[in-house]
Design a protein around this ligand. Structure first.
Ligand SMILES: Cc1cc2nc3c(=O)[nH]c(=O)nc-3n(C[C@H](O)[C@H](O)[C@H](O)COP(=O)(O)OP(=O)(O)OC[C@H]3O[C@@H](n4cnc5c(N)ncnc54)[C@H](O)[C@@H]3O)c2cc1C
Length: 445
């Protein structure tokens, strides 16, 4: 009797999930290890961060996803290292042997050597990141409502988003929407619509990888939501209540209590561990440089996929860190494993770019589908259906659709919960009745 080949997959994100799913009905034993017990639909994290969806809407329990896939077991565990000689994955609390290893541990945000900025400008990668951002955004309005000093109110009502890639654009648009529509009539002392949302980008336009016409359309939609776009602006420093940007030779200070990070990413620390164990090369962003079949030099039994892989054979530059790359590389890894079992070969990995999309507020998006470019409402409808399609669980799809329909009609964001600890300005003015809104607004000008 032969024992089934053991495939260990690290990471239940888009890449790992697709590898495992594509190995169903095969004669391999799959172990999917993740330190979280759920798959997270990261493209909608910004909607949790801005109160449009709840965390459970965009997460699906891994055990549930694989409950009918009998050749697959899910293990909750944190991988800390590799023993490539013995072919074992080292967990914080044990070891798991493999015949083939697929590493799909993704990336996390990166502060370009300024890790001290993270405290003041959190990034968006996990559910906890999203609820922390949500806490900061909503708390800023609450703090402004209780504040008496107009200068402080201005700081609380100034939101800065760093990085105008899809995440930054989507975040800035959503904060603009909250300020202008969602919170209308919710406060008595401040006017949320007087909030400033500033999107800071180092390049010369928003959504730099997109075609120029779509960048221009995205900027227009952002401006309609009251977002001020600052391009060619380099972040020099981030502090608790200000950000310093350099524009040309001039430095500018933007006072703000709420700064959100939507810029660079770097590979999971596991990439570094695996590179050290195998001698594989890393790129500057800490991603592992893979061979054309996604394996590592001298280690055909180890494949790296998704965001953590630097794959440049097709285009001469790394593929973008998007879900499509992760899913397609995950499917490819499974195809390669199956072919090897049969003693066959498969052509090298080839990424098929199906297009890119970003949404800006309630009913506007840009979609780059090769020769076809869509903007505005049509772009948004496309964005909506594509995203619904890729949400893993059928039940979540229905719930998200209902929630979006409700948000669309009412402009409400029902998941506006402030969780975690917080401290607000002292309530020394609260015995005074609130001033009429117009008087208050004049004070703030
Ligand atoms: C805010 C945001 C918005 C995005 N928007 C879009 C978008 O609109 N369109 C798009 O195409 N892409 C988007 N992306 C990118 C897309 O989500 C990624 O490309 C995709 O998730 C990469 O998949 P992956 O499987 O490589 O890694 P991930 O999905 O990041 O999964 C990695 C998994 O590995 C697990 N893991 C990590 N380290 C360990 C460890 N030590 N031990 C055990 N488990 C571990 C993690 O828990 C995680 O489940 C967005 C990403 C973010 C963060």
């Amino acid at each position: 009797m032969t024992t089934a080949q053991r495939v260990v997959i690290i990471g239940g994100g888009f890449g790992g999930l697709h590898t495992a799913k594509s190995l169903r009905n095969t004669d391999v034993h799959v172990t999917l290890i993740d330190r979280r017990n759920f798959h997270l639909f990261q493209p909608l994290l910004y909607q949790v961060a801005t109160g449009a969806l709840s965390p459970a809407n965009i997460a699906a329990p891994l055990r549930d996803i694989f409950k009918r896939q009998m050749n697959t077991e899910v293990l909750l565990g944190e991988v800390v290292d590799f023993d490539v000689e013995k072919r074992e994955v080292i967990l914080r609390d044990g070891r798991i042997p493999y015949d083939t290893l697929v590493l799909a541990a993704g990336v996390r945000h990166h502060y370009f050597g300024n890790d001290q900025w993270e405290e003041h400008a959190p990034g968006l990668k996990t559910i906890e990141d999203a609820t922390e951002m949500r806490r900061r955004i909503l708390l800023a309005f609450e703090a402004a409502e209780r504040e008496t000093d107009p200068e402080e109110i201005r700081k609380w009502l100034t939101f800065v988003v760093i990085g105008a890639g899809p995440t930054g654009v989507e975040l800035a648009g959503a904060v603009g929407e909250i300020a202008n529509y969602t919170l209308k009539n919710n406060f008595r002392r401040i006017n949320p619509a007087s909030a400033k949302v500033i999107l800071v980008e180092g390049m010369d336009r928003v959504l730099p990888p997109y075609p120029a016409d779509l960048s221009a359309a995205a900027q227009k939609s952002l401006e309609k939501l009251g977002v001020t776009v600052r391009t060619k602006a380099m972040v020099k420093d981030v502090q608790a209540d200000k950000i310093i940007i350099g524009i040309g030779e001039t430095d500018e200070v933007i006072d703000s209590h709420t700064i959100l990070w939507g810029a660079g990413v770097q590979g999971s620390p596991l990439g570094r561990k695996l590179a050290a164990a195998t001698g594989a090369e890393l790129d500057r962003a800490g991603r592992i440089i893979v061979q054309p079949d996604l394996s590592l030099p001298n280690h055909p039994e180890i494949l790296v996929i998704g965001d953590l892989a630097h794959y440049a054979h097709q285009t001469g530059k790394p593929l973008p860190g998007v879900a499509q790359v992760a899913m397609q590389s995950g499917d490819y890894a499974a195809r390669l494993i199956k072919a090897r079992l049969k003693g066959e070969t498969v052509p090298t990995f080839h990424y098929r770019d199906l297009g890119n999309m970003a949404t800006i507020g309630r009913a506007a998006a840009v979609a780059d589908l090769g020769k076809l470019h869509f903007t505005g409402f049509i772009g948004w409808v496309l964005w909506l259906f594509i995203h619904l399609l890729y949400i893993v669980q059928y039940q979540s799809r229905i719930l998200v659709l209902i929630q979006w329909a409700w948000n669309y009609i009412t402009r409400n964001r029902a998941a506006r919960l402030i969780t975690g600890e917080h401290r607000l300005p002292p309530a020394d003015h609260e015995s005074q009745p609130p001033q009429a809104e117009e008087t208050r607004e004049k004070e703030l000008v």
